[in-house]
Design a protein around this ligand. Sequence first.
Ligand code: PGA
Length: 248
Amino acid sequence: MIPLIAANWKMHGRKDWTAKITELQDRLKGQRGLPEILICPPSIYLGVLGVEVKRKRISLGGQSCHFERDGAFTGDMSAEMYADMGADYILCGHSERRQYHDEGDSEVRDQCLAVWRAGLTAVVCIGETEGERASGNTTDILDRQLKGSLPEGINAENCVIAYEPVWAIGTGRTPTLKDIRQAHSHIRNRILKSHGRAAKGIRLLYGGSVKPANAADILALPDVDGALVGGASLEMDSFLKIIEAAPK
Ligand code: PGA
């Protein structure tokens, strides 16, 4: 399985960040055995960055979408609009969307279906809060989110799952390698059980304070098929180091 290293720029960047993408492409030139690279910029910049991104080897993604195709939804963007601007992926249910925009599992599921309707791949984000982990509920929470957020019909082409413990996002703290391994193996077993063999090739990303210093260890774990990177994806130096840390 080719690993996926995804950058979630969140609400960072300006249109001149195309220079960062050019820099990344220049520095990747000639390298072999690279993972798939995905950049999810703020949607307003998708078009301008897309021209640069699309030139080669880098995929483009949205950070969220509305589940309707068109309509009176001020400020929203549909999956078809992302597809129109050249996106390949859309994040669904990132914890910041769940937290600040009240997106629950059923909405995430609807978004996922919208992403498929537009012919794109959904990156479905799940993860427990600090309190849920402290009370020993991590696996229950993951099960509930998987059950509620994933529609029937997931497969390796239309779905990627990102495990992002909420308490690890942007904090510089990560679970132990053993905890990450256990969570990923739990997620793999769970989706195999509920979705059958089609779930076998689905890539499971880890996200939450992935940095150049911890990337190689995390990416070498079984059932970790890539990373979703926030803060460390904003500088190409650190993002490149994470890309290079992916198993060949
Ligand atoms: P972080 O963010 O790498 O800054 O922790 C990850 C994410 O929110 O996807």
